[in-house]
Design a protein around this ligand. Structure first.
Ligand SMILES: [Zn+2]
Ligand SMILES: [Zn+2]
Length: 177
């Protein structure tokens, strides 16, 4: 296990959210946001309205910058996010989840909670000096973020679609040679 479970989950959610902004944008409706919320097992406030959707859409660029930042730059961003949200980390246990960290109230806006959870997760990434776990997809013409939690650091593509596409391209290139 590279990171604690809640850290890994927060990073996964942040990557999915940041990647949803790639063309074609896959977070355009309130229903899309509800699917993300439920798919990532969020708890706490979820208004399910247009304002919430717009706020979550608006943090995606900031998440991408943070997830791809070098170590020192990430520190500045993490500290700024946590101070801006007046984060107070505490351990909580709820639903079926074992002890994990919440740093803002459950009724804080969803966009703010996503941002703070990502910042909290990046604390672990920075401290462990594991920035290399985050990168950009190795496929041509893909800007997707990749989170590599594999033991042997072998993950290169943002999705199986990209991995398959590159495998086919490599096969064709070999046939021509
Ligand atoms: Zn929780
Ligand atoms: Zn990709």
């Amino acid at each position: 296990m590279v990171f604690a479970p809640d850290t890994a989950e927060a990073l996964e959610a942040a990557v999915i959210l940041a990647n949803s902004a790639l063309e074609p944008d896959t977070l355009t409706t309130v229903e899309d946001l509800s699917a993300f919320y439920e798919g990532q097992g969020y708890s706490g406030s979820h208004r399910g309205d247009r304002a919430e959707l717009d706020a979550v859409r608006a943090v995606r660029a900031r998440l991408r910058v943070l997830l791809l930042a070098d170590r020192d730059a990430a520190v500045g961003q993490v500290n700024e996010i946590l101070a801006g949200a007046s984060a107070v980390p505490r351990l909580v246990r709820h639903d079926k989840l074992d002890w994990h960290i919440h740093a803002v109230d459950d009724d804080a806006p969803l966009a703010e909670r996503v941002l703070v959870e990502t910042a909290m997760a990046m604390i672990d990434v920075v401290r462990a000096d594991e920035m290399g776990r985050l990168g950009v997809c190795a496929a041509d013409d893909c800007d997707g973020l990749v989170l590599d939690l594999s033991r042997n650091r072998s993950r290169r593509y943002c999705s199986t679609t990209c991995g398959n596409r590159e495998a086919v391209a490599a096969y064709r290139a070999r046939q021509k040679a």
